[in-house]
Write a new protein. Sequence first.
Length: 160
Amino acid sequence: MTTQLTIPENALSVTETQPFTALGFTTRATLQTLSQHAPGVAESLYKEANQLGLTVAGPIHWIYTDVNGDETHEFQLEIALPIAQPGAPSESFFYKDYPSFRCATYTYVGPWSDLGAVYDALFSQFYRDGYQNDGRVREVYTVVDLQNQANCVTDIQIGL
């Protein structure tokens, strides 16, 4: 894909995220089938957390393992809602402790429809700067505005 989107030179910064516990969901997906999981799973996670009396401790994370940019390649997708601590068992979701995550990160503000172009630009910088991806990418949806996606804020984290 050719991108018309520009991001700042040296937009990526390296960080280590904090570990967290989450109520989560996992499936196999392709880039073509991602829209089948949003926003239904995220809404269901919030509803389940509320029903179980869990304290939400952060925004939804989408965690991609073994994604490679090929729209037909199948990879693991985890959708995780950070919580303060596990509670009663869930019939639909799992509890999981996520360790800290060393990554190159970029905070993108804008519509999700542009994420493909954002990734093209970010991975160009990522490889130019000599980084190697460990097979994981995370998207942390810090601001979700379905009425005006130009207001959405997504932290993109590329595993190192």
